[in-house]
Design a protein around this ligand. Structure first.
Ligand code: FIX
Ligand code: ZN
Length: 433
């Protein structure tokens, strides 16, 4: 029997295994340079509406931090419109002053900025952003992606490609190869199909896929054609939506038909999973834009209904509310066509990542995907995975030590095997299944 590890040696083995294992990051909002970048950099070609976000000013103006700064400098002091009229640099200076200088940067989002800059070798102990700005301005975007992927030990970045977003869609139409960067994989994001069918039907009709507000056979056929077209165009590896807390299945409304006649048949036919990110209540404070969304308690039984009624379909699922995590983990025990993933957004905090990951290991063993980064800014890969690797490691070390105490000969090789499943295998196997 290979060397069995003692409980103390297990922690070190788990930490090594997690550090050495590259991640396939299954959900991000990141883009390669081919989608353009608004960030000043070495060769200077800036695209104000470019989608590749990176660098210190983008890091500091992450929507998580915009929500936090309006807590300490309310809109009665700095009106929202005035903030949005400021340049990215001025917004970053404002946030840095109020969340990092005049108060201690101890929120998870603030700590994330610090971890990222530190791991890039950028010293912020002088509390100025200027040296970092100078450094980022010298970077080449494509080379910088390689650098960040190396530091974060991420081997593949899965994008989120909302086809109903004009800026995004026009970039695909302008250049069919815009997504052909081997470091990135595409995901067909189709929220309007389930959040606003009439609006989606109107747009698909404008794009040559005639769809009516009701799902008659012709509409269902054209909507399926629309999905097949964009799956091929983007070479999408799965389809995805985010859904509000109120979402239910079945309801007897048009939403059911969109699932039954459009999305699920195409996903099954193509063998592609359908990802449901459930529980985001959008724009409760519209003045905050992306920072204005919040969480709501959602219905796990609707997910159960889909998994039971559509056994030929594969489903990824993550929920936003802490209160849904236990029921969702138990539901996942019941359906092999359901893959639970990530600590999404408002549960992507150390105390909750620990609680949720611990519960999932206890209920699901090694058969779930513990995390995704949801990075919107490239550099965030560094802190999102650094923080999550540490937290996942604490849970795993404890669970292996428990097994060892119960007499199981835990080995480093088997820890590495399991860690590979957690950070990439479970995702890739589910795609291929
Ligand atoms: O729906 C989503 O994919 C969410 O992750 C985003 O919309 C959200 O704004 C976010 O960045 C969460 O981390
Ligand atoms: Zn996301």
């Amino acid at each position: 029997m290979p060397d069995t590890l003692t409980p103390t040696a297990i922690q070190a083995a788990v930490t090594r295994a997690l550090a050495d294992q590259s991640v396939v990051d299954m959900h991000t909002h990141l883009y390669p340079p081919s989608f353009g970048t608004p960030v000043p950099h070495a060769d200077g070609k800036i695209d104000p509406a470019g989608l590749m976000l990176w660098g210190v000013d983008e890091l500091v103006t992450y929507h998580y931090l915009i929500a936090e700064v309006f807590r300490v400098v309310p809109a009665t002091k700095l009106p929202y419109e005035q903030f949005w009229r400021m340049s990215k640099r001025e917004q970053a200076d404002h946030i840095w002053k109020h969340l990092f200088i005049e108060r201690s940067p101890i929120s998870e989002a603030c700590r994330g900025v610090l971890t990222t800059l530190k791991k890039l070798g950028l010293d912020v102990s002088d509390r100025s952003l200027e040296p970092a700005r100078k450094w980022f301005a010298q970077q080449d975007p494509s080379k910088y992606i390689d650098k960040v992927m190396e530091i974060a030990n991420v081997s593949s970045i899965t994008m989120t490609n909302p086809v109903f977003d004009d800026n995004e869609r026009n970039r695909w139409l302008a250049n069919p190869r815009v997504g052909d960067d081997p470091r990135f994989k595409a995901v067909l994001r189709i929220d309007p199909l389930l959040r606003d069918w009439p609006g989606a039907a109107r747009k698909m009709s404008e794009w040559g896929f005639a769809c009516s507000p009701t799902i008659d056979d012709k509409t269902a056929d054209n909507a399926r054609k629309f999905l097949r077209h964009w799956i091929d165009y983007q070479k999408a590896i799965y389809l995805a939506v985010s859904l509000p807390p109120e979402w239910r299945y079945p309801t007897g409304t048009i939403g059911d038909e969109v699932f039954e006649k459009v999305i699920l048949p195409v996903c099954a036919e193509r063998g592609l999973p359908f990802a449901m990110m459930i529980g985001s209540r959008l724009r409760v404070n519209p003045s905050l834009n992306d920072a204005g969304d919040m969480v709501g308690y959602s219905d796990v039984q609707s997910v159960v209904g889909l998994c039971r009624d559509f056994p030929q379909n594969k489903f990824f699922c993550t929920m936003l509310a802490r209160e849904n995590q236990h029921e969702l983990a138990v539901a996942t025990r019941k359906f092999g066509n359901l893959m639970l993933f990530g600590c999404w957004w408002f549960v992507n905090n150390p105390s909750l990542i620990d609680e949720i990951t611990r519960m999932r290991v206890e209920l699901l063993g090694t058969s779930f995907i513990p995390q995704h980064s949801d990075a919107r800014i490239l550099d965030q890969l560094i802190y999102k995975w650094d923080h999550s690797r540490e937290l996942i490691g604490l849970v795993l070390a404890e669970k292996y030590a428990d097994a060892a105490r119960a007499g199981w000969p835990v080995t480093e090789a088997e820890i590495r095997r399991d860690v590979k499943l957690f950070l990439q295998g479970n995702f890739q196997d589910f795609l291929a299944r």
